[in-house]
Design a protein around this ligand. Structure first.
Ligand code: ZN
Length: 139
């Protein structure tokens, strides 16, 4: 793939992309703290290195960017005009890999939960979802 930017410009662009991508994770981290849910970040010992692993609940949380992981929302369908085939194939591979990770997690008794970037502004909804993950109390 050819790049029309200079190396310097490109690296500054990628830095921005990177920091923009970490922000949603920071948001979720804050909510987990508020909800007093124990978590581990970037847990490499689980398939797919979940953004957050909740060991007590055996839940793997993935904070997914809508475009990269092929969400069906408007943001997820906004494929760049140039190199369309490349991006479409890349997203398709990501979707496949995500499915494989969910399967791998299920095999070792972990649930997977995806938090989509487009829904992160709904704090009340997110909190409800996080609380609903807790195991039901035994009677
Ligand atoms: Zn979305």
């Amino acid at each position: 793939l050819t790049d029309s930017f200079t190396a310097r410009k490109r690296s500054s662009i990628m830095r921005c992309v990177k920091s923009a991508r970490t922000r949603p994770e920071e948001h979720v981290r804050g909510l987990l703290r508020q909800c007093r849910i124990k978590y581990r970040s970037q847990f490499r010992r689980l398939p797919g290195t979940p953004d957050f692993a909740l060991p007590d609940l055996r839940v793997a949380l993935f904070v997914h960017g809508c475009f990269w992981h092929g969400h069906g929302c408007p943001r997820g369908r906004r494929v760049p005009k140039s190199n369309r085939t490349y991006w479409t194939a890349k997203v398709a591979r990501n979707i496949q890999r995500d499915a494989k990770n969910v399967k791998g997690l299920r095999l070792i008794g972990w649930r997977s939960v995806v938090l989509w970037e487009c829904r992160l502004s709904d704090d009340a909804g997110l909190r409800r979802r996080l609380f609903s993950l807790a195991p039901k109390p035994l009677r």
